[in-house]
Design a protein around this ligand. Structure first.
Ligand SMILES: Nc1ncnc2c1ncn2[C@@H]1O[C@H](COP(=O)(O)OP(=O)(O)OP(=O)(O)O)[C@@H](O)[C@H]1O
Ligand SMILES: [Mg+2]
Length: 493
């Protein structure tokens, strides 16, 4: 039995005549109510403001909600009555009275149950005590599996590999049944067998749900791990956990990692590394825009923050990216803004009890602003420190960008380029390769080593102007975090 059916059954057994079901999908609730009434051999009726009661009285006479409730009381017929639009009328005094009368008429034992199905909770104070409330969560694994089998059976000749079944079901978590239906029909109708195409279809739907919030941004899975130069330890960590969010791993009792904190020097690939997790783990990635939350545009920042976490919970499994966590959680002004410190403490509590299928990827620059509580073991599974790339890593980064813009990478002296860029970060390397290519393109010729060295000579890297800050970051981080680079050693320049 699905969790939802069990929830409704329990409410009926609890002998409350008025049951409020908070749910936006009537089509999920009505069949369950119908099944439960046939199991109890009693009447099942629906009511809507458009059709009135489906069986009792004449439709035109029962369109009025209080008249409909009265007709049920007078009819005295044992049954389950599902009211679809009642919440819209519930604040009218006649409707409130009708519902209270319905409730009081049951003192001799309850054999009539009135269900109010609504996506919004509109419950007048005078009815609060009388109503049993059911909050419907998104479809659980059993409901998703049942829907999946039903739709898959409708496409017996589908070429979509069976081995995708469990992963597709896991990815569908968080969507409504109607959302799941439309995606699955699209997937099976198209009958495309590529993994990417199938999963992108599901991610698109999740994106559209989350987009409605305004402060959660979907980051498309475009960056591949191969686009990151260096950061070997970080990459290994991610590769080893590639399968932990699959259903098999969850079923095998492997607890998924909670999160990752990547901190360090600016422009060295922290954000880039986070973006690759999505394509590597095949999970949607959402960035939480804390500036928008703090702006108050969406109401009280604390409440909005909670709402964001709830929305993500509903579409899990997902990766939540909090960029510049020190600013995002207001840590810079420690002891300053009370709202942000509230958000910070509720974030820490939430991290502790966080739903297992949300993975947090946090990035930080001003790492000295990070309090011990956030770095403490157990909060994040791993804290990585990203330093300036060493010679070999700079060579890898050059290779990535040169391959992007040139068919003839052999013409470049990579060793020389990486020696010339001692103390440069990845962003600076990416930028000069792009600038060199633009210069050559302007002169309508292929770009060469000379274009790159010319650009190197006119660029002052960040590490020159911020030498002291970078040294301070390094000293602070090396005792607190694992180096992201597998060539870990202290760089001197
Ligand atoms: N290790 C790297 N490999 C490949 N490209 C890199 C690397 N580091 C930086 N880049 C390039 O520089 C750009 C900026 O890097 P990114 O935004 O990831 O840096 P960051 O560490 O998050 O910096 P900040 O602290 O300023 O946010 C990337 O989009 C990428 O083009
Ligand atoms: Mg960044």
């Amino acid at each position: 039995m699905s969790k939802l059916k069990a929830q409704i059954e329990k409410a009926i057994q609890g002998q409350r005549a008025l049951i409020y079901v908070l749910c936006s999908e009537e089509t999920r609730i009505l069949p369950i109510l119908e099944q439960l009434s046939s199991g109890r051999s009693c009447n099942f009726e629906t009511w809507s403001c458009f059709n009135g009661l489906s069986k009792t009285g004449k439709p035109d006479e029962t369109k009025d909600p209080s008249a409909a409730v009265k007709a049920i009381i007078d009819g005295g017929k044992k049954g389950i009555y599902a009211f679809q639009d009642l919440a819209e009328y519930i604040e009218q005094s006649e409707v409130k009275r009708a519902l209270r009368e319905f409730n009081y008429s049951k003192t001799g034992g309850i054999d009539q149950f009135l269900f109010i199905i609504s996506p919004e909770l509109i419950l007048p104070e005078s009815l609060r005590e009388d109503v049993h409330l059911i909050t419907v969560l998104p479809p659980d694994d059993d409901e998703i599996a049942a829907e999946f089998s039903r739709i898959r059976a409708a496409y017996p000749n589908s070429k979509i590999p069976e081995e995708f079944n469990t992963e597709i079901m896991l990815a569908l978590k968080g969507l409504s049944i109607s959302g799941i239906d439309s995606i699955l029909h699209r997937i099976f109708k198209n009958d495309r067998t590529e993994r990417e195409v199938i999963f992108n279809e599901i991610f698109d739907e999740k994106e559209s749900i989350v987009k409605k919030t305004g402060y959660l941004e979907f980051i498309p899975p475009r960056e591949l791990l191969g686009n990151v130069g260096g950061l070997g330890n970080l990459k290994d960590w991610l590769i080893k956990r590639e399968k932990v969010f699959t259903k098999e791993a969850v079923d095998a009792g492997i607890s998924p990692p909670k999160g990752l904190l990547v901190m360090g020097v600016s422009g060295c690939g922290k954000s880039l590394a986070v973006k690759t997790v999505s394509s590597l783990w095949k999970l949607p990635l959402f960035r939480l825009d804390m500036n928008l939350i703090f702006s108050g545009l969406y109401g009280n920042p604390e409440a909005t923050f909670h709402k964001a976490l709830q929305t993500l919970n509903a579409v899990a499994p997902v990766i939540l990216w909090i960029d510049e966590i020190e600013n995002a959680l207001g840590l810079e002004e420690a002891g300053g803004l009370s709202i942000s410190s509230h958000i910070f403490s509720s974030f820490l509590t939430w991290m502790q009890e966080k739903p297992p299928l949300i993975f947090i990827a946090a990035t930080a620059n001003k790492i000295q602003a990070l309090p011990a509580e956030i770095i403490r073991k157990g909060r994040f599974d791993q804290v990585f420190f990203v330093d300036l790339p060493d010679e070999q890593e700079r060579r890898e980064i050059f290779t990535i960008y040169l391959k992007k813009y040139s068919d003839n990478i052999a013409q470049f002296d990579l060793k020389m380029l990486s020696i010339m860029t001692n103390g440069w970060n990845g962003a600076e390397i990416a930028q000069i390769v792009a600038a060199a290519r633009t210069d050559a393109h302007y002169e309508k010729r292929l770009f060469t080593q000379g274009d790159i060295t010319a650009n190197i000579n006119i660029t002052v890297p960040l590490s020159t102007t911020m030498e002291q800050q970078i040294k301070a970051i390094r000293n602070w981080a090396l005792s607190r975090a694992t180096p992201a680079s597998s060539n870990a050693r202290i760089l001197r320049f």
